[in-house]
Design a protein around this ligand. Structure first.
Ligand code: DPP
Ligand code: ZN
Length: 853
């Protein structure tokens, strides 16, 4: 595609106030009749230029009269009405599309026999010609028609149901959505589906009919999602004053879906992995994921749908904000401390590398070549961090006030990031906007000095290459032996301190006099800004922080730094003992005053990916893998007694999926993971074979596979045989196999691609095997390039069918420059080959950016 620039934004010359779509469904010849009213909004001499993608036009009418061939131009990609009337007119366009030939899963397609649509970002143009852009808002009437096949198919679209029934051997339903919306929020679903239903009464007393549609027979597995939906609806009322606005809210789960889920107005379509759950088949992580994604899509009803984006450069306006909202929801539903650790771990593992590599881009980019490649962790997760910083700067009360202003001022419009920021009482909004313009992660240097009773803490900001100085909120405390020092009398130079928030620009210093012992700073509490913290390595200080700090995030972070220090030492062949580390983390893990889920985190070593991140360059992936395996085993042995006690804690009941039970399982299983690596495998094998709860069963299986235990093969086979008819569980099995690190992973993944149940057609399956494989550091980054070639082959084949998924897989190459010369060169050669064979703009765009520079 062509590069699109933010500065070129211009509104359309015509508005499209209303549309009536009649969709007569057929597997290969679906007829779409699109009757849209247009009216001039700008220069009436401009032609009407509508987008299409692979469309076949069979009829065109203007105000009910057939258009003469010379009046328009129609290609698969475009419809042009050369001289539109100078006043409101109706254009009727009939196109034919083939859902069964749609392997891209954009537009109208079938998944397991169910018709469904995905229109964000530019899928609507694969259904009919339109102004397929978010700033054109239209009221939709949709008539869905289908053959009256047995099994009572449901026919769904956005908004409220006006009528439905049978007519001339066909079924129909008529939907009206009173809220003007852009094309990307349009949806249709039709098929034989089971449902769970419920009602929700909003705060003003309005009853809303809720339904979640799933494959018939799986209704019971949607109960948790329904519960999460009702809690989301209540939470948005209490925390943000946002009430639901239609008479119905429908969710449909489909098994072939490129994304996690989609927030179509009143008709969310979900990847079934974020709906279906049963404790026998889904893990605690699956449950919290379902809760978060149900909430996320529901919250879009206000942040995304009622107020949408002016253009796709503003994607973070809805995504960053909605991720922030779903993170807050999960924090309120579960544990704030645990949620924060999880969110930051994800940010550091995925977003920080993206921001440091060839795919880096600002949260609000100024240009893009392919919009589907902009649904990134930077737009989503870093976007959420920017909202969180805004919240930290002004506080909850002022934040809520600003949100109220935003909803009041911009409801029913397509807005920009500037519009949003203008609603908040920020001291320097322009300075804050730099966070949206700059790519890259800032670094903050932290220095401390203590001389003759005077302590000084100095913070210095180093912007990323090409970036500007930005306001950074540093939540901090200075900790003495017996608690935090009172900072109200501290001397502050340059930065400003308000409560426990220091606003940092270039640099800031805090001085405290008259002390009789040296304190320690706890900085960036709760990870108050998405920055790298550059502080002299000092295990003694980190041990002291572990004793003194009351901020759970910083406690965890200190424990991770200690472990990372030992891991790095192992990588370089050093001989640091693990005893001190084992003692420190063992103490927290055994501390009954801490919540179990937090203690579980402390028992997890920094990942191999984290080690790759901290090594400056020329990384040897084999050494990363070996260091990690060795340290895990050594800790498991050194901590044997503590771990045995933790494993002996009473187990929660197998069907209890509440957060407390999940935390308890997390702690026991984290202890088991280390213990298994340390050689204590007997109970793990039993759990892998016998556990009736999926979290427990999978954790045991993972522990055996990660430790390369001799029992792993048999346990994996038993698991496969027990669950091969449960697609979402079989995906877990594919992932564990793909992540095994025993020197023959590439070969194993090739064998698994020939497994009768492997298919490139199902995105979840592809991600479970190939996506997981790219996380297998030693295998994917194999020195001879075999891992790179495997991914390239899959991506090149997939590019013919589903370019979005192919391009997403290739982002795994984002870090190839961190590795040593043989790997870098192998990766480069493979990427050049992929580039030569790229078919889609999605793949071409990613590979071009990966190779640049
Ligand atoms: N459906 C995706 C999401 O909710 C894209 N909007 O983030
Ligand atoms: Zn979203």
């Amino acid at each position: 595609g062509q590069t699109v620039h933010l500065e070129d934004y211009a509104p359309t010359p015509y508005r499209a106030p209303s549309t009536t779509l009649m969709i007569a469904l057929h597997p290969t010849r679906t007829v779409v009749r699109n009757e849209t009213a247009y009216e001039p909004a700008g220069n009436v001499d401009d032609p009407l230029v509508l987008e299409g993608d692979g469309l076949v036009l069979v009829e065109a009418q203007l105000d009910g009269m057939a258009l003469s061939a010379s009046a328009y131009e129609a290609t698969p990609d475009r419809f042009v009405l050369k001289v539109p009337p100078k006043k409101r007119f109706t254009l009727t366009l009939v196109t034919i599309v083939s859902p069964d030939d749609n392997t891209e899963l954009m537009g109208l397609y079938r998944s397991n026999g169910v018709y469904c649509t995905q229109c964000e970002a530019e899928g609507f143009r694969r259904i009919t010609y339109a102004y397929d852009r978010p700033d054109v808002l239209t009221v939709y009437d949709v008539l869905v028609l289908a053959d009256d096949t047995p099994g009572e198919p449901v026919l769904l679209s956005n908004g409220n149901l006006i009528a439905s029934g049978k007519m001339g051997g066909r079924r129909y339903s008529h939907w009206h959505d009173p809220f003007p919306k852009p094309t990307y929020l349009f949806a249709v679903v039709a098929g034989v589906l089971g449902a769970v239903t419920d009602t929700f009464t909003t705060q003003s007393g309005k009853a809303v009919d809720l339904a979640i549609y799933v494959e018939p027979g799986k209704e019971a597995r949607a109960e948790y999602a329904m519960d999460a939906l009702k809690r989301s609806m209540r939470w948005d009322e209490t925390r943000f004053g946002r009430e639901y606005d239609l008479d119905v809210f429908n969710i449909v789960a489909v098994s072939d879906f490129n994304m996690g889920a989609m927030e179509n107005k009143g008709l969310n379509v979900f990847n079934d992995r974020y709906v279906l759950a049963d404790p026998r088949l889904a893990t605690d992580t699956d449950y919290s994921g379902i809760e978060a994604v149900i909430a996320h899509e529901y919250f879009h009803n206000w942040t995304g749908n009622r107020i949408t984006c002016r253009d796709w450069f503003q994607l973070c306006l809805k995504e960053g904000l909605t991720v922030f909202r779903d993170q807050e929801f999960s924090a309120d539903m579960r544990s704030r401390a645990v949620e924060r650790i999880e969110d930051v771990r994800r940010l550091r593992l995925a977003q920080f590398p993206e921001d440091a590599g060839p795919l880096r881009h600002p949260v609000r980019p100024a240009e893009y070549a392919e919009i589907s490649n902009l649904y990134t962790t930077t737009v989503y997760e870093k976007g959420a961090e920017l909202i969180r910083m805004l919240h930290t700067f002004i506080g909850e009360t002022a934040f809520r006030r600003g949100m109220d202003t935003y909803f009041e001022r911009f409801d029913g419009t397509a807005a920009t990031v500037e519009d949003f920021i203008s609603c908040f009482e920020l001291d320097e909004p322009d300075a804050f906007m730099r966070w949206y313009h700059d790519a890259g992660t800032p670094t903050v240097r932290v220095d401390e000095a203590y001389v003759d009773g005077r302590y000084s803490l100095q913070l210095t900001q180093c912007p990323p290459e090409g970036g500007a100085i930005k306001p950074i909120p540093v939540r901090l405390a200075v900790l003495g032996q017996t608690g935090a020092l009172d900072l109200s009398g501290a001397g502050v130079e340059e930065g400003s301190l308000c409560g426990d928030i220091l606003t940092l620009k270039e640099s800031a210093t805090i001085n405290i006099d008259g002390l009789n012992e040296e304190p320690i700073a706890s900085v960036f509490r709760g990870f108050s800004a998405p920055v790298h913290i550059d502080r002299p390595v000092d295990p003694v200080r980190d041990m002291a922080l572990l004793e003194r700090d009351s901020d759970p995030f910083n406690l965890w972070d200190a424990s991770q730094r200690l472990a990372l220090g030992v891991l790095v030492d192992r990588y370089w062949g050093g001989s640091l003992e693990v005893d001190a580390l084992a003692e420190s983390i063992g103490r927290i893990a055994a501390d009954p005053r801490m919540e179990p889920a937090f203690r579980a985190f402390v028992l997890q070593l920094p990942s191999r990916g984290t080690l790759v991140e901290v090594l400056a360059g020329d990384v040897d992936a084999d050494k990363v893998d070996a260091a990690h395996q060795e340290l895990t085993a050594a800790l498991g042995a050194a901590m044997a007694d503590t771990l045995a006690k933790l494993r002996a804690r009473p187990a929660p009941t197998a069907d209890d999926v509440r957060a407390a039970a999940a935390g308890e399982r997390a702690l026991r299983n984290a202890a088991q993971h280390l213990a298994t690596a340390g050689g204590a495998r007997e109970a793990t094998v039993r759990q892998a074979m016998e556990a009736t709860n999926m979290t427990d069963r999978l954790a045991a299986l993972n522990a055996l596979a990660a430790a390369n235990a001799p029992e792993a093969d048999a346990a994996l086979k038993a698991f496969h045989d027990a669950f091969e008819d449960e697609p979402l569980v079989l995906n877990k099995w594919f992932s564990i196999e793909a992540l095994r690190s025993d020197g023959r992973s590439v070969e194993r993944v090739r064998e698994l691609m020939a497994h009768p149940k492997f298919s490139l057609k199902n995105p979840n399956r592809v991600r479970s095997l190939i996506g997981a494989f790219t996380q297998n550091i030693a295998a994917f980054h194999r020195a001879d390039g075999a891992g790179y070639r495997l991914l390239a082959e899959v991506a090149t084949t997939l590019d013919q069918q589903n370019p979005q998924v192919a391009a997403r897989l290739l982002t795994a190459f984002g870090e190839y420059r961190r590795f040593d010369a043989p790997r870098r060169e192998a990766a480069r050669a493979v990427l050049q080959d992929v580039q030569a064979r790229a078919r889609s703009s999605d793949v071409a765009d990613i590979v071009r950016r990966l190779l640049k520079g």
